[in-house]
Ligand binder design. Structure first.
Ligand code: AGP
Length: 605
């Protein structure tokens, strides 16, 4: 989704802003723009990538020690130069960047048009900057007060940074339901959608609260106001640049680096959970009769794995809801329910909204998130942090296996609280969980070459089917999502038993069918389902534990993974599927870190 970066300080803003925008590329976007201020505003906007903007700016005036930059993920109006941010007010006095959606923009635009305001773009964001100016002119208000008034009229979500050319070196920033952080340093101040854009000079950070306006002046302490212009305080926390600095290292992409980092990320999650104060959570779980897991995309697939695990080992009823559908299915939520929101970014608008609905009904909430201090982490009553480290690749890989690791630990904790497993069995599961990083490492080592080879057989396919049963069903749908996200090959995941009820009509000669076989009671059944697709001449690729025996000639390609206890399989089996999607996308020449149309952090509903 849109990315914001703004700077006011002692240094030239342009290189700082461009560097920041490049770091925000992971969020997904289709145009970029920049405005630097040196007396007047030098505005440059381009459809395409940040590098296109940089080339366009060559030889143009980009001077100024204050500026605003933006990457736009189109919502209202197509991706073109005009709709790119920053946007300016009619008089060109105000310049603004915005992330979010102004739901009532049409009504506001109508009112402004009636008052002779003209618009240059199709965006909801331009309406906001014009509205601020309208308040300034009509009521003779200061920029800050006018911004507060305009934001009170807005329905929807926003993170905004505003500059008024008549107030030298001042930046105003505010947010509601969209992320925005402020970095303070001796050389200047930063405002951004993500603290990873701050440089080494930033020494403190402010996670701006909802509906608070920050007023930043170069070299001065910041001041904070409510939208009604009452002074308030915000927490100013120490910031360590080294903790957010990321690089690809020797890898060709962030995604590949993150796939290979999983030994470490999984172990960080497990250690983090062990240090987590689980006593309080156990108390909450004691009263719980039902768990509702809500999430989107890959995180939702983690939720389905949790459903299988918690029901099997802790005998507790679990339901999984897409967060975007939760509001239509929340009628029976009650006091003995626990709603768990799972999110890598911690900023996904739908998941956030689903947790808010649960809270409004007095239901207990728990968040499993990677994004530290993210919106979802702040909403939930309790938080389990994944500690997987920043994930830059838009397609989630290491965050997924960390979610699964946390879910396994949680399953053990619930089983213990509910007394559904013997101490011996619990100890055995913990013992195996401790070996997980080593299993992950071995899986990466044994499956990379073969996944890379099999990718040649998939790269030209129009579509692919992924089949699983029991615990491998959610891994099948996640495998299919990975392939479609990064290689743009149409792929669907099904429970293999469902094949005969429709999808088998799609099976034809050489259709890639990726079947995931577990070393548990589901193996025999999925093997017969594989026979059914093989009989129809599909190209069968089997991912299985090495202790599973396959009938002869049933598979065209086999990817073996270590023989682990079946509850660890979702993590272990995901790895070859990530690699398969990766190398297929690579053969097709796709931009794997930033797939088309996708955003890393989906901050609008
Ligand atoms: C994952 O590969 C996807 N990019 C996407 O489905 C993602 O998992 C989903 O948008 C949820 O994001 P979150 O985990 O940050 O909430």
């Amino acid at each position: 989704m849109c990315g914001i970066v703004a700077y006011s300080g002692k240094n030239e803003a342009f290189p700082i802003l461009i560097n920041g925008l490049k770091k925000l590329e992971y969020r997904g976007y289709d145009s970029a723009g920049i405005g630097t201020v040196n007396g007047s505003v030098h505005l440059h906007k381009r459809e395409g990538k940040v590098n296109d903007l940089v080339s366009y700016c060559a030889g143009k005036n980009t001077s100024g020690k204050i500026g605003l930059g933006h990457t736009r993920w189109a919502t209202h109006g197509c991706a073109n130069n005009q709709n790119a941010h920053p946007h300016q007010s009619q008089s060109k006095r105000l310049t603004l960047v915005h992330n979010g959606i102004i739901e009532n923009y049409e009504a506001l635009k109508e009112m402004l048009t009636f008052h002779d305001f003209n618009f240059e773009s199709d965006t909801d964001s331009e309406v906001l900057v014009q509205l601020v100016e309208w308040y300034q002119i009509r009521y003779k208000l200061s920029t800050r007060v006018a911004l507060g008034r305009a934001l009170q009229d807005v329905q929807g979500s926003y993170a905004v940074v505003l500059h008024d050319t008549s107030v030298k070196y001042q930046l105003l920033a505010a947010r509601s339901e969209s992320p925005l952080v402020i970095g303070l340093g001796e050389e200047g101040h930063f405002v951004s959608s993500d603290s990873m854009t701050f440089d080494h000079s930033a020494k403190s950070i402010i996670y701006l609260e909802e509906k608070v306006i920050a007023e930043l002046h170069q070299n001065e302490e910041p001041a904070f106001y409510t939208l009604d212009d009452i002074t308030i305080d915000q927490d100013i926390l120490p910031f360590d640049y080294r903790k957010v600095a990321v690089s690809k290292g020797d890898f060709e992409s962030y995604t590949l680096k993150e796939i290979f980092e999983q030994k470490l990320s999984v172990s960080r999650t497990l250690n983090g959970f062990s240090n987590y104060n689980s006593e309080e959570l156990s108390k909450v779980l004691d009263d719980v009769d039902r768990i509702i897991i809500t999430a989107c995309g890959t995180s939702c697939h983690s939720g389905i794995v949790a459903e299988y695990l918690i029901e099997k080992y802790a005998h507790l009823n679990v339901e999984v809801e897409y967060a975007s559908e939760m509001r239509y299915k929340c009628h029976t939520l009650g006091k003995r329910d626990l709603v768990i929101g799972i999110s890598q970014s911690g900023e996904t608008a739908d998941t956030k909204m689903a947790l808010e609905i649960a809270k409004s009904k007095g239901v207990k909430t728990l968040a499993i998130v990677n994004g530290v201090n993210s919106s979802i982490a702040r909403i939930a009553d309790q938080v389990i942090y994944l500690k997987a480290g920043i994930e830059i690749g838009v397609a989630s890989t290491k965050a997924f296996t960390s979610q699964l690791s946390a879910i396994l630990m949680l399953t053990v904790l619930i089983a213990k609280t509910k007394n559904t497993l013997t101490q011996e069995r619990l100890d055995e599961m913990i013992f195996e969980l401790k070996k997980l990083p080593a299993y992950v490492s071995k899986t990466l080592a044994v499956s990379e070459k073969i996944a890379r080879r099999v990718a040649y057989h998939i790269a030209d396919a129009q579509s692919a089917l992924y089949l699983g049963r029991g615990l491998s069903f959610p891994i099948a749908i996640e495998g299919a999502l990975k392939l479609k996200e990064i290689s743009y090959i149409h792929a669907e995941g099904y429970p293999s038993g469902e094949m005969k009820h429709g999808p088998i009509a799609l099976v034809e000669e050489d259709l890639p069918v990726i079947a995931i076989v577990n070393n548990d009671e589901s193996a025999a059944k999925i093997i017969s389902n594989i026979q059914e697709v093989k009989a129809r001449k599909a190209m069968v690729i089997v991912v299985k534990n090495e202790d599973v025996e396959l009938p002869r000639n049933i598979a065209d390609h086999v990817i073996n993974v270590p023989a682990v206890p079946s509850y660890l399989n979702p993590i272990i089996q995901s790895i070859p599927l990530q690699l398969l999607a990766y190398y297929t996308a690579k053969l097709k020449g796709c931009n794997i870190d930033q797939p088309r149309n996708l955003a890393k952090s989906v901050t609008v509903e």
